[in-house]
Design a protein around this ligand. Structure first.
Ligand SMILES: NC(=O)C1=CN([C@@H]2O[C@H](COP(=O)(O)OP(=O)(O)OC[C@H]3O[C@@H](n4cnc5c(N)ncnc54)[C@H](O)[C@@H]3O)[C@@H](O)[C@H]2O)C=CC1
Ligand SMILES: CC(=O)C(=O)O
Ligand SMILES: [Mg+2]
Length: 371
């Protein structure tokens, strides 16, 4: 198969979807790899290293989309890429369709095959291609939150861990999955008082077992959220209903109950956010303030630490990408139920329920298109 790796063009997105080590693997299986010039630079991989591994460097993004049967990317295509996508071209990347109606319609009109990293799902319900970036974003949520709690950055002016004789800050984590667990661990390590909320009792039991003593678990419901936001200095949004729009657990009216300078880090922004007042921001301009509450809603947090994130992401994606290249998308999905769940759009049909529901589009049974 002919594989194309474009350079990411989202704001401050420095990850790349394939490393030179990945090129070596594709070559071993008889595939051809084209990489856009400087695609790996932000992650520390020079064109020469890709060439040494057997890739051909192309001068432009247009050239990569033109030649490739499968495009491997990191972030969803942005508007300037829409028209480069060809009918029946396989796109293997994050899409987060439920947070973008224009993207959904654009992909349907391009008639591409959209296999979304974030909905590839194992039998135990885990999301193997989301986990590594959730681990990064969960950890980062606490660095970023701690930074924006500083007074010059408009925060409350509270040190998360406190100091001897002064109480630590309260950190509230909504959603105790991968992001939530990593965020709680980081905040606890800094000495904060941490509360994790989730609707899954088995998950709360597990977290209760493994977390240090300064982490408490509380069932997630509106009453408990309203109580806890009054005392939290940093709130991390980390809920997920796979492939669907995130529920708004913090509504606009709740902001008035928070202390001025409270920081909200809504990691779930890529699925629309679990805080009603959240709208996507960029690393260039990560925060905005509503009712004296600082909102940080960067939709590609791991893009800022590409040396870690590119390796973590490609460790997880490469085995699946190889299956797609070796067998073609249809056979690979027929034979691997995990990959099949990654299919969101096939040609002009939506095949993922969360996406169809989000935008009121008809849902086509994926089996009818794989038969
Ligand atoms: N902004 C960014 O750069 C990044 C964003 N993300 C996003 O972070 C979000 C969370 O991802 P993961 O932690 O991997 O998901 P996950 O599936 O591991 O965890 C989600 C948790 O939310 C819980 N949940 C569902 N409804 C809830 C409710 N009403 N109240 C409390 N908890 C509830 C679930 O029980 C689950 O434990 C996703 O939207 C993901 O796409 C992930 C990586 C980077
Ligand atoms: C998961 C995701 O959206 C990201 O890593 O940017
Ligand atoms: Mg994202």
């Amino acid at each position: 198969m002919i594989i194309g790796v474009p350079k990411e063009i989202k704001n401050n997105e420095n990850r790349v979807a394939l490393t030179p080590a990945g090129v070596t693997e594709f070559k071993k299986h008889g595939h051809t790899v084209y990489v856009q010039t400087s695609a790996g630079e932000g992650s520390g991989f020079a064109d020469a290293e890709y060439e040494k591994a057997g890739a051909t460097i192309l001068p432009s993004i247009e050239a990569v989309y033109e030649i490739a049967e499968m495009i491997i990317k990191v972030k969803e295509p942005i508007e300037s890429e829409y028209t480069l996508i060809k009918e029946n071209q396989l796109l293997f990347t994050y899409f987060h369709f439920a947070s973008s109606e224009p993207l959904t319609h654009a992909m349907i009109s391009r008639k591409a095959i959209c296999l979304a990293y974030e909905t590839v799902e194992k039998a135990d319900r885990s999301l193997p291609l989301l986990v590594p970036m959730s681990e990064v974003a969960g950890r980062m949520a606490i660095h970023e939150g701690a930074k924006y709690l500083e007074k010059p950055l408009k925060g409350r002016g509270i040190l998360l861990g406190g100091v001897p004789g002064v109480r630590p800050a309260n950190v509230l984590v909504l959603g105790g999955g991968v992001v939530g667990m990593q965020a709680a661990r980081m905040a606890a390590g800094l000495g904060a008082n941490v509360t994790i909320m989730d609707v899954s009792l088995p998950r709360l039991r597990y977290l209760n077992e493994i977390m240090p003593a300064n982490v408490n678990t509380v069932y997630s419901n509106e009453y408990n959220i309203r109580e806890h936001i009054k005392h939290a200095s940093l709130i991390v949004g980390a809920v997920l209903i796979p492939g669907a729009k995130a529920p708004h657990l913090i509504t606009r009216d709740m902001l008035k109950d928070m202390n001025p300078g409270t920081v909200l880090v809504d990691v779930a922004v890529d699925q629309g956010g679990c805080i009603e007042t959240c709208k996507p921001t960029t690393h260039e301009n990560p925060t905005y303030i509503i009712d004296d509450v600082v909102h940080y809603c960067v939709a590609n947090m791991p893009g800022a630490v590409p040396y870690t994130s590119t390796l973590a992401l490609t460790n997880a994606t490469l085995p699946y990408a190889l299956q797609l290249a070796n067998k073609g998308w249809a056979k690979a999905c027929r034979e691997n139920a995990e990959l099949k769940l990654g299919l969101n759009v096939i040609g002009d049909k939506v095949v993922y329920k969360g996406v169809a529901d989000a935008w009121g589009l008809p849902l086509t049974d994926v089996e009818t298109l794989l038969a």
